[in-house]
Write a protein that binds this ligand. Sequence first.
Ligand SMILES: Nc1ncnc2c1ncn2[C@@H]1O[C@H](COP(=O)(O)OP(=O)(O)OP(=O)(O)O)[C@@H](O)[C@H]1O
Ligand SMILES: [Mg+2]
Length: 321
Amino acid sequence: MSRTDFSADLPPELAPLVTGSVLNEGRATLVIDAGRLDEAQRGQAEAAIKEAAGRRADVSDVRVVMTAERKGPVIIAVGSGKGGVGKSTLTANLAIALARKGVKVGLVDADIYGPSQPVIFGTQGEKPEARDNKPIPIDGKFGVPHLSMGHLVTPGKALAWRGPMAGSALGQLIEAHWSKDTEVLLIDLPPGTGDVQLTMVQKFKPAGAVLVSTPQDLALIDAARAGQLFDSAGVPVIGLVENMSGYACPSCGEVSNPFGAGQVEAAAQRLELPFLGRIPLDIEIRQGSDHGKPPAALDHPIAEPFLAIAESLQAWLAERN
Ligand SMILES: Nc1ncnc2c1ncn2[C@@H]1O[C@H](COP(=O)(O)OP(=O)(O)OP(=O)(O)O)[C@@H](O)[C@H]1O
Ligand SMILES: [Mg+2]
């Protein structure tokens, strides 16, 4: 029995998946890291590897062993149709809430043209180190390693980038040196449901998506559209979150509903999607987000809605496993 390198024989996209290979009296055994492949891809990879390795003159039989040890994180996208409804705020605080609950979580700011996460986490101006040309996420102080284009290029510079460049930039962030025990990678998507978002979703194939909406009709229509975008890409919608629902006046305490209330839950019912919870419109959320003090990190009632949504997400993850 001898270790034999088959990489020159295999299709170039499959060769990197081989973590070990031996050849014993004509019988080749190749071990494949299949953690990132779905069922169909596994079947295709197995067939292609058998075919390619079997073509060698010294091989009479090929066995393929699939392992999924290094599964990589579960990618969850946070999206909305409409801009400014609180995707970035929710993504950051949900990540922090998950970290508080012991989940190993990382965050990617996919808003290449208008990154928000460095401000929310208070890590503007920090430059991630790189190893083998891949960035190492910034640790920050809330237990959430994160990466944003805002950390890699000077603000505004990415504005002129075209789609493909933005796509490859995003790939760099997602395929960065996330620590091996990262369980969940939350992706803060840019606003809208255009080609860029669709390509992004197809290319990086999140395991699920969380949709954010305010209670306004227009935001709801756009959220439904975003739901269709995920659907068309085969990404299940985990559920809807209502943001900016109900406003408690800081001086008198009276609760008013500037954008209405409860509409997102009703819409979730109509669309037959789970409702994950509501986050009030609260000046402290905005101030905290603008000053690197995300509310979910506080021991204060303001953290509660984020912790509750984190629990729903944990339940979804548990069911998925
Ligand atoms: N529940 C809330 N209460 C108060 N302010 C909020 C709340 N949610 C978000 N904000 C504020 O609203 C603004 C927009 O939020 P955010 O940047 O998270 O939205 P977005 O959907 O990511 O926007 P974009 O589409 O531009 O990426 C920010 O100033 C943020 O601090
Ligand atoms: Mg945003």
